[in-house]
Design a protein around this ligand. Sequence first.
Ligand code: SAH
Length: 250
Amino acid sequence: MNARAGTVYLTGAGPGDPELLTRRALHLLQQADVVLHDDLVAEEIVAESRAGAKRVNVGKRCGTKKITQQEIHALMIEHARAGRIVVRLKSGDPLIFGRAGEEIRALTEAGVPFVVIPGVTAAFAAAAASGFSMTDRGGASRLVLESGHHAEERTRVTDDPHHATTLVRYMPGSDYRRTQEGLLAAGWLPETPVLLVSCAGQRRQRIHRTTIALLHATAPLPAPAILLIGRSIAMAPLRDDIPEIAHGQS
Ligand code: SAH
């Protein structure tokens, strides 16, 4: 893909393993004049960008805000108007919990052209690492991706009496007792399996399997972590030797 000057490329970096970057994302990084990346994007991936590219970490993490969302908008617009190729690099898929909606609105209002390049979202990397199918003819006909922020009100399964949902919770926080209470109150069965996946698709990847009933006694795994909940997880192989990720482990 030949990148156009004056355009912003909202690009998915995938979960961290450079092998899981799309070819298109790689080609754009190699042509970029400016790379505006989030904290969660692996250094190895930012390092793939053109040697002369200006690389800016615009990440805001855990409330320690360095750059405001408005400032990110202003940076994208300023660089694009100066005729540069701007890669706005986000972890996973850019359209999943990445505030891309606000960025798209800002670019549209400013009349700056943009293109979206999808990426492998954390949920898909976590399921792949764990070896189970998130949808299944026998058990799971619905996949829900939700944010842990204010999740309590949204996890109701009362409209899903067969419990045929695989629920993936991004930004799960570390208060798993509260998560457990929320899920039980929403009608989930205590025996429902839960997977915690930390650093999916990275060398530090860790996977822990439990149930909703035991969630309160589970030690949180290091961030970034994701929770997968549902009967479909019972298909995940019960073993410690989780398949190695593509770039291998040293
Ligand atoms: N756009 C990203 C999500 C950004 S929100 C995507 O599509 O994956 C940030 C949250 O994503 C984290 O709090 C964590 O819950 C999840 N996450 C991101 N990368 C992850 C990874 N490698 N392993 C596990 N969870 C991850």
